[in-house]
Design a binder for this molecule. Structure first.
Ligand SMILES: N[C@@H](CCC(=O)N[C@@H](CS)C(=O)NCC(=O)O)C(=O)O
Length: 237
């Protein structure tokens, strides 16, 4: 039986949403603490995560208020580590199946998200660098790893949680024209991606994942939109 678990998170953060998704899929009881990333509590780095980032989990130890973390709980950070941790705590969730081949496939996909998709995503959507064609090429690399239908390894797994928070933030950026790209380009880029017949499989996949209750319960587009407005358009009308 898992012990007490506190998740330090922020609705704006895609890495943190990965872990919220895993906890939601596992139906895990936990205490949620929203960290204000613009004004972090002074106890957060020394008592929870020396890197001063979300997500982080305090696991075990006595029941304490989340803003008074116990030295007796184990503190764990890094979203991909935490995805595996939640899957290990809740093996019946199937988030990381027992079969070594399926486990390797899930990890291979996650590696592609970290090393192929995300660098292209940050470059194009947040820094406004490179071309739409380059971003589409990165989407195609991910698409090539998907089976003809369903989820990455067949059953829903941690692999499906690695990419989707970033895609969700891409949608908010494009739909609301709030990214590193030039004003007016966001909706056009989204239209071009959605109409691209070579991306049909990817678009169906992200639609499948974002339709799940776990995504709806953990995705807060208005918070993300407000943050993107400050970050990308605060100097503009
Ligand atoms: N590699 C980390 C990245 C986590 C991260 O960069 N989190 C950001 C928010 S999205 C953060 O907490 N930044 C610290 C800050 O904003 O001060 C992970 O996968 O968990």
């Amino acid at each position: 039986m898992p012990e007490t678990l506190t998740l330090y998170t922020a609705s704006v953060c895609p890495y943190a949403q990965r872990v919220e998704l895993a906890l939601s899929e596992a139906k895990a009881p936990f205490t949620r603490f929203e960290v204000d990333l613009q004004n972090k509590p002074e106890w957060y780095a020394p008592k929870v995560n020396p890197a001063s980032k979300v997500p982080a989990i305090a696991y075990g130890g006595p029941q304490v208020p989340p803003d008074q973390p116990s030295p007796e709980s184990t503190k764990i950070a890094e979203s991909l580590v935490l995805l595996e941790f939640v899957a290990d705590l809740y093996p019946d969730s199937g988030l990381l199946p027992k079969d070594p081949v399926l486990r390797a496939k899930a990890r291979f996909f996650i590696d592609a998200v970290s090393n192929k998709f995300n660098p292209a995503f940050f470059k194009f959507v947040f820094r406004g660098e490179g071309t739409l064609d380059e971003f589409v090429a990165a989407i195609k690399e991910i698409q090539a790893l998907l089976p003809a239908e369903g989820y990455v390894i067949g059953p829903f797994s941690i692999a499906d949680l690695a990419l989707i928070p970033f895609w969700g933030r891409g949608l908010v950026a494009f739909e609301n024209d709030l990214g590193g790209f030039a004003v007016g380009e966001g909706p056009k880029y989204l239209e071009a991606i959605k109409k691209n017949p070579e991306l049909t499989r990817f678009l169906k996949y992200v639609d499948d994942v974002t339709s799940r209750p776990s995504f709806k319960a953990t995705f807060v587009p208005e918070v993300i939109k407000a943050r993107f407005k400050e970050r990308f358009r605060s100097g503009k009308a």
